[in-house]
Write a protein that binds this ligand. Structure first.
Ligand code: FE
Length: 355
């Protein structure tokens, strides 16, 4: 009796070991396991400029054996390139750091819908296209950054309040040619209408501390150097500055605070970095595997902890630093509207002289 039991135990251990070993040695796209004619690769066009992304692609390759070929560029240039290349494009997926650009690619019929339970269950509905043409990967909030030495938190409230004469010569923001500001304006058109948004943009220009220049980080630096009081910028840059190799950036980030505007009203402006499958993708199965991988808990954690972005996957926690800023209410609009109103937003910026 005892011997029989021992033998059964030994057999079951051996079976388990065999299963584990075979699972480890067979990457998903190994010849014996590949049900498509796709090569073991996926080609992506991306406008994201963060080191985290390459770490994620390397992790994906080590888990699946699928090589990720990356072409980096400006989002508008990449969209133009996709148009020009048509059916011959090598790109399987497009990644941009703005929902508006994904909407633009969709409008130009450069993307195709993806039916994936993993994508729809890991991403809340407002952070993806309702017809599944694009999917958000990470969230960023466009916040107010200030120095506690100069500004009391009680003076801050809304984006709209920044046009008050009390802020004359005190507002810092980069150029309106940048998509982050175009999408902020587009969100305001969606929420407040065109007329109020034009008035707002005009008021911002009147209150600028200096002609718009530099990137988001430079606006925080200008708060500390005393050029202005309030910088409009994306959340993750504070995290990136705190962990920078440049001691000057660390010093700036340590001396500024973050304020989430419009908490009592329409919510803070958010945007996503997102991904879409190209219409002419030659490796669609590999592409969808990559898309699903990027919203997995493992990948979302890396986006959150290494790049200080908010995960789209509600099961994944924000980085500790972001948690310390507390939860915030975000604008309640579908992010496709950022694309829909992009043209109007740039028109308004040009009209009011927001360089
Ligand atoms: Fe950025």
């Amino acid at each position: 009796m005892l011997n029989k039991r021992k033998i059964i135990t030994i057999i079951s251990i051996l079976l388990t070991l065999t299963l584990i070993l075979s699972a480890c040695s067979a990457p998903l796209n190994s010849p014996g396991n590949n049900d498509t004619k796709e090569n073991g690769m996926v080609n992506l066009y991306t406008d994201r400029h963060y080191d985290t992304d390459q770490m994620l692609y390397d992790l994906f390759t080590s888990e699946t054996g699928i090589k990720v070929n990356v072409v980096k560029g400006d989002s508008d240039e990449l969209i133009e390139r996709l148009e020009r290349e048509g059916n011959d494009t090598q790109a399987d997926v497009l990644i941009t750091a703005d929902a508006g650009r994904l909407y633009k690619a969709m409008e130009k019929e450069l993307l195709q819908p993806v039916a994936s339970q993993i994508l729809t269950s890991n991403i809340p509905p407002n952070l993806r296209d309702e017809d599944n043409n694009w999917f958000g990967l990470t969230v960023r909030a466009r916040v107010l950054v200030y120095s506690k030495d100069k500004t009391d938190e009680s003076e801050l409230s809304t984006y709209e309040d920044l046009t008050d004469p009390k802020w004359k010569g005190k507002i810092l923001v980069r150029s309106s040619s940048n998509i982050y500001n175009q999408s902020l304006l587009a969100s305001m058109i969606a929420i407040n209408g065109e007329e109020k948004t034009r008035e707002w943009a005009k008021g911002i220009v009147e209150n600028l501390a200096r002609e718009p220049k530099g990137n988001d980080r430079d606006q925080a630096t200008a708060v500390i150097s005393g050029e202005g009081d309030i910088a409009i910028m994306n959340t993750y840059y504070i995290g990136k500055m705190l962990t920078s190799t440049n001691p000057e950036e660390i010093k700036v980030a340590e001396n500024v605070s973050v304020f989430f505007p419009n908490q009592e009203t329409t919510g803070t402006h958010i945007n996503v970095s997102g991904i879409g499958l190209t219409k002419s993708a030659k490796n669609p199965k590999n592409a969808i595997k990559l898309m699903e991988f990027l919203v997995s808990e493992k990948a979302q954690k890396l986006f959150a902890e290494a790049n200080f972005e908010y995960p789209v996957n509600p099961d994944v926690q924000s980085a500790e630093m972001l948690k310390a800023w507390g939860k915030f209410k975000s604008q309640d609009i579908n992010l496709s509207l950022l694309g829909k109103y992009n043209k109007k937003a740039t028109e308004i910026a040009n009209e009011v002289g927001w360089k």
